[in-house]
Ligand binder design. Structure first.
Ligand SMILES: *Cc1c(COP(=O)(O)O)cnc(C)c1O
Length: 378
């Protein structure tokens, strides 16, 4: 029997990626600009709709960094951030010398809890500082409670940075994730729903913001024949080679979303008869998740004592990769001294949650291996 490793989420090429990369070599556009960068941005703009303007960058982290700069975040400012997320959501706050204020999750979408968010804003304002931005995340592709978060953002006049790194292909009430925030960001890292081998994008609402993003991401060069700078710049533009991969990946994005959703259905089907395991599901028809990762919550009180760690170790022996949910930022050694608002929702999810192999390239044979491993565990 083939016992090769089954990954949580691995790159899945569509077929035309190398054609675009070859074109870049043939025309010598081997640089952080060129036809693939423009083409990839156009593909994303068409896909996302809403007349957005996309700037392709070298990473999602870089996109978040620039988003905060565009919103005027400076040293000493406070920025609100969902606690349960990947550290890349919060790190850019630190790059700017600002202070992260972490917010708990709510149990339905596992994303930013609107109640804790409003409490945090009121408390920070009472302490004398109004937060400069709200970084909200669509975890594992699940849209956050947009209407509730947006209402708070409008009421207190604090812009939303929409971390859509995991949610390209998801939508909320029919509107694509990435276009919901005042500024959106995407990631094309190797394990995301599509990859450019490494890359990201900033989704802007107007051309001015996009132009500013491109300017900052290419060392903030003023218009002059020599190199002149009146602002600090960054080297964050996407390479034309990476963008070629991205163009090929955009051709298969919808197909990959459908396949990830099939993986989700596969787990829902298996776990429906097993006591104590809940598969992470869309709370209502308004939420459409790309199901980037299929996640479960395991309650040992109902599984006869079997924990998520038992399952993880069991599957590891079968050469099947799984991963606990994101460890909340307020519990991370690097961030634990910063303010946190909420109860223990994120913490509970972290203790009991496990992500299962979700790749759009999971084969039938691999699915059968996962199935028999799960059966023998339960
Ligand atoms: C992957 C990811 C990022 C960072 O994107 P990179 O392209 O890897 O820098 C940011 N936020 C979340 C939630 C992510 O999953």
């Amino acid at each position: 029997m083939n016992n090769s490793k089954i990954w949580l989420s691995s790159p899945h090429m569509g077929g035309n990626e190398q054609k675009y990369v070859q074109e870049a070599f043939d025309t010598n556009w081997v640089a952080p600009l060129g036809p693939n960068v423009n083409g990839f941005e156009q593909d994303l703009e068409q896909y996302l709709e809403e007349n957005v303007q996309v700037a392709a960058l070298s990473s999602g982290t870089g996109a978040l960094h620039l988003a905060l700069i565009l919103l005027g975040v400076q040293a000493g400012d406070e920025v609100i951030c969902q606690s349960m997320t990947f550290s890349a959501s919060a790190n850019p706050i630190m790059y700017l010398g600002a202070t992260p204020i972490f917010i708990d999750s709510e149990p339905e979408t596992w994303n930013m809890c609107p109640v804790a968010l409003e409490k945090a804003i009121q408390d920070r304002m009472a302490k004398g500082k109004k937060p400069k931005a709200i970084i909200a995340v669509h975890l594992y592709g699940m849209p956050f409670k947009y209407d509730e978060i947006k209402a708070i953002s409008v009421q207190y006049d604090i812009p939303i940075v929409e971390d859509s790194a995991e949610a390209l292909g998801s939508s909320y009430k029919g509107q694509k994730c990435g276009t919901l925030g005042d500024i959106g960001i995407l990631s094309f890292n190797g394990n995301k729903i599509i990859t450019t081998s490494g890359g990201g994008a900033l989704v802007a609402k107007n051309k001015e913001t996009k132009d500013k993003t491109v300017f900052l991401s290419t060392q903030a060069r003023d218009e002059a024949p020599h190199y002149q700078h009146s602002q600090v710049g960054y080297n964050y533009r996407m390479s034309n080679i990476s963008a070629g991969i991205g163009r090929g990946q955009m051709e298969v994005l919808e197909k990959h979303v459908a396949l990830r959703r099939t993986m989700h259905d596969f787990y829902v089907d298996f776990f429906k008869n097993i006591e104590g395991i809940a598969v992470f599901q869309e709370p209502s028809k308004e939420y459409f998740s790309n199901h980037w990762l299929s996640a479960t919550v395991i309650d040992p009180e109902k599984t006869g004592g079997k924990t998520r760690e038992d399952l993880r170790l069991f599957l590891e022996k079968e050469n099947i990769e799984t991963r606990p949910l994101w460890k909340p930022m307020h519990l991370q050694p690097v961030f634990e001294k910063y303010p946190y608002y909420g109860t223990n929702v994120a913490e509970q999810l972290f203790e009991k949650g496990l992500c299962l192999p979700s790749g759009s390239n999971t084969t039938e044979e691999q699915k059968n291996r996962i199935l028999s491993a799960l059966k023998s565990f339960f």
